[in-house]
Design a protein around this ligand. Structure first.
Ligand SMILES: NC(=O)c1ccc[n+]([C@@H]2O[C@H](COP(=O)([O-])OP(=O)(O)OC[C@H]3O[C@@H](n4cnc5c(N)ncnc54)[C@H](O)[C@@H]3O)[C@@H](O)[C@H]2O)c1
Length: 367
């Protein structure tokens, strides 16, 4: 059993919790990236702790809170009462001014860092998952420090640079906890598709002249990102994820635009991405490519998260502490070290797991 806690009971939390129940009750494995990591299947994941600051969610049982407004993921499975009551978190910069109607603040008192450290230790968590809104710089650092002090591993799903920060890496190493991040890369989301196309162009001798990845969606994630001042690290994370597939990532960075581009309420959790690449190929002649990708944004994130949770647990079981770059490489947009190719990152993961004698199934046949 893997005991995880969630910071931010939003749409990903809802999809994650429902997906665990879906796979547990049906026994299916289709759609999962890896069926087993070490001895763990998806059904071994248990969400036993949750923090939020919205009065719609704090104080409610998780099985109710995941359907509270403004969450949009529909009811996909029957969930029993979990007896996990959503606790009040520390607000800091988690809620932007323009999001106060969506995330109206609870009147419950905010916990101190010491209280949270005690709480996390008492609950006995294997990992705490950061699902705060983009731009939560102070809140992310606050929770990341609290988890480290409690010796709890941390999974940073958002574009704040934590696992890719040497001081956090050292902090987790010295507290014997594991840190994975930053900014989760969807199963078949815009980043991995854009990366694959950009990598293909480089592999065939072409050079990117210009490229954009425009993303629109209709949930609070996209609404929150209307505030440009919250997007600084998001743009770096998304752009670097594509640029790092190129032979000269820093030159490529200036030729690529990747970011959120609008909130269209009727789209809900459907994300639409338009990827355009203009490349120069043989004799400098141009090649252009346009792709439209339509996905359920929260399913894409949850599919990766259920791998990452199990990976974090096996790493901790194997006494791998700090922020191992090879573990974050396949799963995050801004891992501790840039990843040139997703295939190589997966091979690297398998190689390291072999060294630790951790089995993973299925293994994708790579070159
Ligand atoms: N494909 C994806 O969905 C994807 C990919 C990469 C990264 N992310 C990131 O993951 C994060 C979570 O996404 P989501 O769609 O679940 O978000 P969401 O908007 O549905 O939920 C955010 C939740 O955080 C809560 N919150 C705000 N401040 C808080 C605080 N200080 N403490 C505790 N809780 C707080 C809100 O009340 C809300 O319940 C976002 O930053 C998103 O950009 C998502």
């Amino acid at each position: 059993m893997i005991r995880v806690g969630i910071i931010g009971v939003g749409n990903i939390a809802s999809m994650l919790i429902q997906s665990i129940e879906y796979y547990r009750s049906t026994g299916k494995t289709s759609g999962l990236i890896h069926h087993r990591i070490g001895k763990y299947g998806i059904a071994d994941i248990n969400v036993v702790y949750a923090l939020d600051v919205s009065k719609h969610k704090v104080g409610k049982d998780l099985s109710e809170a995941i359907f509270a407004p403004p969450n949009l993921v529909p009811k996909l499975v029957d969930l029993r009462r979990t007896n996990v009551i959503v606790r009040m978190g520390k607000i800091l910069d988690g809620v932007a001014d323009h999001m106060l109607d969506d995330f109206p603040l609870s009147n419950d008192p905010e916990p101190s860092a010491d209280e949270l450290v005690r709480e996390l230790s008492d609950v006995g968590l294997d990992a705490l998952i950061n699902l705060l809104p983009v731009g939560s710089s102070k809140a992310t650092r606050f929770y990341a420090e609290v988890a480290a002090r409690a010796g709890v591993s941390f999974i940073n799903c958002i574009p704040e640079f934590i696992a890719s920060d040497e001081s956090f890496k050292a902090l987790y190493e010295s507290n014997k906890a594991t840190l994975l991040g930053d900014d989760i890369k969807g199963q078949l989301g815009a980043t991995i598709v854009h990366r694959a196309l950009a990598r293909l162009i480089a592999m065939r001798g072409g050079e990117i002249v210009e490229s954009y990845q425009l993303n629109v969606g209709g949930n609070t994630d996209f609404k929150n990102m209307l505030e440009q001042s919250r997007l600084h690290s998001k743009k770096i994370s998304k752009t670097m994820a594509v640029a790092s597939t190129q032979p000269e990532p820093h030159d490529a960075f200036n030729k690529i635009f990747a970011g959120p581009n609008g909130y269209i309420p009727f789209l809900g959790n459907t994300k639409v991405s338009y990827i355009y690449i203009k490349a120069s190929a043989f004799m400098g002649l141009p090649v252009t490519l346009d792709v439209k990708l339509v996905v359920d944004d929260k399913a894409m994130a949850s599919a990766v998260l259920v791998d990452v949770i199990r990976l974090t647990k096996v790493l901790h079981d194997s006494e791998v502490y700090g922020a191992p770059a090879w573990a974050s490489g396949p799963y995050f947009k801004h891992p501790p070290q840039p990843v040139n190719s997703d295939e190589e990152a997966l091979e690297d993961l398998y190689r390291h797991l072999d060294e630790l004698k951790v089995e993973i199934e299925p293994r994708y046949a790579l070159s």
